[in-house]
Write a protein of this length. Structure first.
Ligand code: ADP
Length: 497
């Protein structure tokens, strides 16, 4: 495993950080208190930059700007096609800055630079384009009223939105929240995670260059309980759209209920099962399981953290998976040969290790991995526990790291029952050649996303969100656009001769 520090030895020039202040009403400003916090490079634990620490007063200023922009500004009143044109420009600017944005997410979150450059950032631009194309296709319905009335519905922007986003996909989540809300005509305050504030501020700069009017898109960097709490309990925010842990989702919903009953959408944790049947191609199945748990170092809410394998192929599968896990390259995310970078921060690094220790104590078999790597940075070996029982903590809790729980099953009924034996319901994978089995299992699993003979088939056209304690409301697809719109019914009497 190799590592670099600061300027990269992998021919990537790390730029100076341009944006470190709050973005309020179209300007970069210090926080009211003047406080800052450090954002840390998980490759080595060093400080990248000091970032303005927003708190309640700053959220108030941002809400004031967003409220004014919503109530009196041009954005919600523009023809959809005009908002679409500005969003297209925003997408173009993202494309022009792919390399710099990918670097920011790599140093802030430990994400692979190659993946950021090829996938996260270009797809972020495409997500903006998707909603740019939808901005002039927002309309209601004419109603067939049961009395002599002409009735119709309007879809109107919900108002001022607070987006509270996590650190694992800083760019993907930023655009997933912001673009449909912008297309809908909303104005907003974004609170990026304290671990990864850098790219959000860069996007704010690009949004301004694209022509998004002042006050429409504000970014408040800062901590969860303070800046995030001020958003979820604000009396003048109409909706909070959150992605993060189930525990924090619960707090946000409570704060929303206790304040002004703002609309809430929550995309929370997962413990997604990947169910592999005897007729599966073991080579393909083991590769999907591997990617399913190791992509983005397991810091992804839809990771295949529970893998259920039917008994006929279990031994062969386990052998292949172990070989692949041990050949997986962990190291500096700028190294093009590396497949897994460091965990996002020290807290996450320690939390994952404590789950690994717990798994050992609970009596699961450590098949491979289980240790941190290197003497600096937050690297963890790809880890698999076999013989995991459903009631073990490592089978129930979201670990959010490269740690898989492997289980053996006999029948389809058992597979369905155990796949559903979780408080979460975000995603599930099914690998089988039998269409009837695939269809039966996909209907029987209570989860918002099912992947058959594939995994992580993400697409901006594909609504994304949870059942059960994985939350409610959808990101991506047209469902996400409708989330930021509310329906108004209008009725007027018809002339009655
Ligand atoms: P994790 O525990 O994996 O870091 P969180 O759910 O804590 O994930 O964080 C997701 C986002 O929620 C971050 O932007 C974080 O600052 C924010 N957050 C954390 N606690 C609160 C809270 N009490 N109220 C509002 N937002 C919060």
């Amino acid at each position: 495993r190799s590592q670099s520090n600061g300027s990269s030895e992998y021919s990537v020039e790390i730029p100076t950080i341009k944006f470190t202040k709050l973005f309020v009403n179209g300007k970069f400003v210090d926080s009211t208190s003047g406080k800052t916090f450090e954002t840390i490079d998980p490759r080595n634990g060093e400080v990248i930059a000091k970032i303005a620490e927003g708190d309640k007063e700053d959220v108030d200023l941002a809400v004031k700007a967003a409220r004014e922009a919503f109530d009196h500004g041009p954005w919600p009143r523009l023809p959809g096609s005009e908002r679409g044109r500005i969003l297209m420009k925003f997408a173009e600017l993202i494309d022009e800055n792919v390399e710099e944005l990918a670097i920011l997410d790599s140093i802030d979150a430990g994400k692979l630079f190659s993946t950021g450059k090829i996938i996260d950032i270009p797809q972020a631009a495409n997500t903006v384009r998707y909603y740019a194309g939808a901005a002039d296709k927002i309309h209601g319905e004419v109603l067939k009223m049961s009395r002599e009335f002409h009735g119709y519905t309007l879809r109107e922007p919900i108002g001022v939105v607070g987006h509270i986003i996590p650190w694992n996909f800083p760019s993907t989540m930023f655009v997933a929240k912001v673009s449909p809300a912008l297309a809908a005509g909303c104005t907003m305050i974004v609170k990026p995670a304290e671990q990864t504030p850098l790219s959000a501020l860069f996007y704010a700069h690009l949004a301004k260059l694209a022509g998004i009017p002042d006050g429409v898109l504000n970014v408040i960097t800062g901590f969860g309980p303070t800046a995030g709490g001020a958003i979820s309990s604000h009396m003048d925010i109409d909706m909070v759209s959150f992605t993060g842990s189930t525990d924090v989702g619960r707090e946000i919903m409570q704060a929303a209920a206790k304040s002004n009953l703002k609309t809430v959408s929550l995309e929370l944790g997962g413990k997604s099962p990947l169910v592999i049947f005897d007729d599966a191609d073991v080579e393909m199945a083991s590769s999907l399981a591997l990617i399913g748990i190791l992509y983005n170092k397991g810091e992804i809410c839809v990771s295949s953290s529970r893998v259920l394998v039917q008994e006929g192929i279990y031994d062969e599968f386990t052998k292949k998976l172990k070989e692949k896990m041990e050949a997986w390259a962990v190291g500096d995310p700028f190294d093009p040969k590396v497949q897994q970078g460091p965990q996002v921060d020290k807290r996450q690094f320690e939390k994952i290790q404590s789950y690994i220790e717990h798994g050992k104590r609970e009596g699961a078999t450590l098949l491979t991995g289980g240790k941190p790597l290197g003497n600096k940075g937050y690297y963890i070996q790809p880890t698999v526990f076999a013989d995991v029982k459903d009631d073990m903590l490592i089978a129930q809790d979201e670990i959010f790291g490269p740690v898989m729980a492997l289980m053996k099953f006999k029948t389809i009924e058992e597979a369905i029952q155990r796949a559903n034996n979780t408080r979460y319901g975000l995603a599930a994978g099914i690998i089988t050649k039998d269409l009837n089995v695939a269809n039966t299992v996909s209907r029987s699993i209570r989860a918002g996303i099912i992947w058959i003979n594939c995994y992580f088939a993400f697409d901006r056209d594909c609504p994304y969100g949870g059942y059960k304690q994985s939350g409610f409301g959808r990101d991506f697809g047209m469902d996400a656009l409708y989330k930021y719109l509310q329906v108004k019914s209008i009725a007027t009497p018809l002339y009655n001769s």
